[in-house]
Structure formats: C-alpha cells, structure tokens
Design a protein around this ligand. Structure first.
Ligand code: TLP
Length: 339
C-alpha cells in the first residue's frame, strides 16, 4: 500500500530509533527528564520564544493554547476551515468553555477588516472576544502558506483590540521550506505557537507549545489537568529532537514530490490544485467512491474539504511511490474526474 493519507503515517528511521534508544530519561512530571528539557529549550530557541512545553499531540497543544488565553464564556475568532474548529472534536467548548466564531477567508487567510468587524464591543449582552487563532500552513485549503505580511497585519489588529494570538503551526516548517522565511518570523506575531514533530518532520508522536515563561508555566498546569503529563517521555522526545535537528531541511523534497504528483494527476485529466507545500487537493465527483477505488489500486488518501480528496507527501513516500500513485489514479479516471 502507498499511504498518502497524511504525513502523520511515517515510521521512525533507524537513526531516530537509535536516538530514542540512547536518550537519557527521568520523570518529566517532576521536571527531571533531561531529553524533554533539551527538546523544549531547542524548540523555544528555534521559534524565538522564551519557553516551550512538550505534549502528546497537536490537538493538545492547540487546546492548551486556547485555554491559557481565554476565560469561560469568552469568544475565539478563527477561520471557518481551521483545524481547531473542524477537527478537534469540539474541544474548545469542552475544555475551555469558550464559543468559536468562524470567519471566511481565501486559503485560510483572515484579513484585518474581517477580524476587526467581528471583535465584540464591551456590552453585557456579548461574549468577550479573547483570542484569534491562525493556522500556517492551512490544512483544509491544501497546505497554503499564510503570507507573512498578511499574518503580521491581522495579528496586529487583534492585539490592538486586546486579543491574544495563537498560531496553529502543525506544519509551520513547511511554510519555512516553501518561502525561505524562518518560522520564527511568523512566531514573532503570535503569543502562543503550536508546532508538531509528528507531521512532516517524521517523529512518531508529540507537539510543542511555545510562548513567554509565564504563559508556558500556566500551560504546564493545563497539560497536567488535560491528562498530558508524561513520565519518561525522553524516549519520544529524543525522536522529536532528532526530527527538528535533521528533518526540517528535507521538507522541500516533500514539496517537490507534491508538485510532481499534482502535475501527474493533471496530465491524467484530474483537477488537482497546484500545491505550495506537501498537500495536494483533487476535485472529484464522488470522494468516497474515488477513495475506495484508489485503495483497491493500492493507494490510500483521505477526504479533503467537501468535493475534494487530499493526498499528502512525506518522508516515507519517495519518487517511486509518487509515480505509482499517479499510475493508479490514471487507471481509475472513468467517472471520477470532476470538470
Ligand atoms: N491534522 C491531521 C488530521 O487531524 C486532519 C492531518 O492528517 O492533517 N493542526 C493542524 C493544522 C493539523 O493538520 C493537525 C493534524 C493538528 C493540528 C492536530 O495534530 P494531532 O493529530 O497531533 O492532534
């Protein structure tokens, strides 16, 4: 099977497994795991933040980010296609008691006027606008980069009105690879940033939340409350550290393969978006039938936004796999292509 469902499906490499085997560990809830400490320091520095916190998943680091910047009854502004709204099982309501206000925007980009218009005036009837969440790259729009200038402008608007800004940067290093701009340049405009080691970077598990010392101190309490305090977590933190140290540069290879994949699918007659990073969206007549047919040809993909399927390139999909995926899709064009 060629698995293009997500960049989360990768297996740890031999070198990564060796790093895991050799990692010094301790009880991280007691603050005694040297490998977790090293990872948190490394990622905080990489993102230009004072501190960082290691947690089991990107969902958890996003939800801790929401929790530390809101109060019960508050309102969070975010794009209508954002991961926090679409794919996190209603957690902001469940865990933080907040209401989500979704906003439209091309390719996941929110503009300052839209955000300004959505911020509530002080009035006893209204929820208080507390937090703006932005996502880079943007999953449901097909891995689009949030342009840095636009990001800075909308974040500034939120801050002028007293809102905090959280960046869901599960694939932030893909934005860095696509633009050549350091990830920390986006982070400079956000109070909290979530990054994942388990997506394109190829670690088996784990995400980090970065921010100032005080906020990350609060986040550490929230992680415990949410059930994310881990003990000898250095075993997995070693894989994450290895991923940050060794797999950031190579993301450009995934992007090149995504372009090859999209071009091959277009040659086969499909309407495939031109990818900016490692996600390829393809418009099809009947996504679930198409996914079944594709699976019977040996290729796994996932539903994308409505009317689309998503194929994702990653560390475990080389040139041969991409070529085979194109051939598989070419064999089942009949009835699948949407024009
Ligand atoms: N996204 C997964 C699925 O949940 C859709 C994927 O395959 O793309 N933020 C963004 C932008 C994400 O894409 C994801 C994972 C997360 C957060 C959540 O990360 P995890 O899966 O570690 O909770």
């Amino acid at each position: 099977m060629i698995d293009l469902r997500s960049d989360t499906v990768t297996r740890p490499t031999e070198a990564m497994r060796r790093a895991m085997l050799e990692a010094p560990v301790g009880d991280d809830v007691f603050g005694e795991d040297p490998t977790v400490d090293r990872l948190e320091r490394y990622v905080a520095d990489l993102l230009g933040k004072e501190a960082a916190l290691y947690a089991p998943s990107g969902t958890m680091t996003n939800q801790i980010g929401v929790y530390v910047s809101t109060n019960r009854g508050g309102e969070v502004l975010l794009h209508e296609g954002s991961h926090i709204f679409v794919y996190e099982a209603g957690a902001p309501a469940l865990l933080s008691g907040v209401q989500l206000r979704t906003l439209p925007g091309e390719n996941g980009v929110l503009d300052p006027d839209t955000v300004r218009a959505a911020i509530r005036p002080e009035d006893v009837h209204f929820p208080r606008s507390r937090l703006l969440c932005l996502e880079n790259t943007h999953n449901t729009s097909g891995g689009k980069v949030f342009p840095l200038e636009d990001f800075a402008a909308v974040a500034a608007t939120a801050k002028e009105h007293g809102l905090k800004v959280h960046l869901d940067g599960a694939r932030l290093f893909n934005a860095q690879a696509a633009t050549g701009k350091p990830a920390r340049e986006w982070c400079a405009h956000a109070d909290t940033v979530s990054v994942c080691s388990s997506k394109g970077l190829g670690a088996p598990v784990g995400s980090l939340l970065a921010g100032d010392e005080e906020t990350i101190g609060e986040a550490r309490r929230a992680r415990k409350a949410f059930g994310g305090g881990m003990r000898q977590a250095g075993i997995i933190a070693a894989a994450a550290l290895y991923a940050f140290e060794n797999h950031v540069e190579r993301l450009a290879e995934d992007h090149a393969r995504a372009s090859t994949l999209a071009a091959g699918l277009r040659d086969a007659g499909y309407e495939a978006q031109r990818p900016e990073t490692n996600l390829v969206l393809v418009a099809v007549e009947d996504p679930s039938a198409f996914l079944q047919n594709l699976a019977s040809e040996g290729v796994l993909a996932t539903p994308g936004k409505p009317g689309y399927v998503r194929l994702c390139t990653h560390l475990d999909a080389g040139d041969e796999e991409i070529e085979a995926a194109i051939q598989a899709a070419a064999r089942i064009t009949a009835g699948a292509i949407r024009r």
